[in-house]
Design a protein around this ligand. Sequence first.
Ligand SMILES: [Zn+2]
Length: 164
Amino acid sequence: MPPTRFVTDSSLEFLARRLRFLGYDVLTLRGARLEDLFERARVEGRTVLTTSIRRPRRFADVPALGVARGDAAGSLRALAAAVEPAGPPFSRCAECNTALQRRHSLEASGEVPGRVLRGARALHYCPTCGKWYWQGTHVAKIRAWLERALGRALGPPEDADPLG
Ligand SMILES: [Zn+2]
């Protein structure tokens, strides 16, 4: 069975970003109405992630998952227990949901700090928004938050491996 992919609006962006860090495919439609979310979910075979209890009748066939507003850690834990992610942790762009590409650190020359280039052989790159990702203090903080929310360790960072 293919992994469940989600669509949500910006009211759940904090949770959506953390789910993307965890490897879930979560598309955020900014400023979308509930009907827009259901429409996109139907077209792309996604599940609506929403805090709304309202479900438009003409979308009765479209899957939806209700989450509590303001409890991102609890929602993430419940969702992770029920649904497999689309990929490993830190494999998607937290901003735009695009699957990240592994790139040699030489390609990031001039775009990321020199200390990062010297410390990593491989970095991750978002081809949609041009953002570079690497294992640093920011990722360590996100990782700690995810591990606290899940109540388990995530495993070693992926870019510990040499570039293939
Ligand atoms: Zn991106």
